[in-house]
Write a protein that binds this ligand. Structure first.
Ligand SMILES: C[S@@+](CC[C@H](N)C(=O)[O-])C[C@H]1O[C@@H](n2cnc3c(N)ncnc32)[C@H](O)[C@@H]1O
Length: 135
């Protein structure tokens, strides 16, 4: 598993491609324009940024286990509708049905138990909400 400790290096390697992919993924998910949305494994924030742009009045939380990545996003993406927290996809630190949608971009390959992460995404998403990931 790659060690995700250097967000600047990640941006050069992968994040710039994530930033191109994320808006299409959000469009594909066909989310409501308002609500509360979760980016699981937010990395350097590509999906969170696309969600923020895509859901207009909605709010977005990114969770990510790598502290340097969380700090990177907090410093660069200041918006009152957006926040980043330390968190693990396998034990998402939110209550049941907290979100209108839970999305994850390019993270399942990093996880020892991807089905558990998807189950967690379903748990924290309201009935009728969107759970979407890509692989
Ligand atoms: C390939 S990067 C994708 C990051 C971002 N979603 C993007 O599209 O650029 C994989 C991300 O998964 C995160 N990750 C690894 N294990 C995780 C876990 N157990 N829970 C949540 N995220 C995890 C890594 O720290 C890294 O930020």
């Amino acid at each position: 598993m790659p060690e995700f400790s250097n967000p600047d290096a990640y941006e050069l390697w992968m994040g710039r491609w994530s930033a191109r992919l994320a808006p299409s993924f959000v469009e594909f998910a066909h989310l409501p324009k308002g609500g509360h949305f979760l980016d699981v494994g937010s990395g350097t924030g590509a999906l969170a940024a696309a969600l923020l742009a895509g859901v207009e009045d909605g709010t977005v939380v990114g969770i990510e286990p790598s502290e340097p990545y969380v700090e990177y996003c907090r410093e660069r993406m200041r918006d009152k509708r957006l926040r980043f927290e330390h968190g693990d996809a396998l034990t998402i630190p939110f209550e049941d049905e907290s979100f209108h949608g839970s999305l994850a971009l390019l993270i399942l390959q990093e996880l020892p138990n991807a089905p558990r992460a998807v189950k967690e995404m379903c748990r924290v998403t309201r009935p009728g909400g969107c759970v979407a990931t890509n692989q």
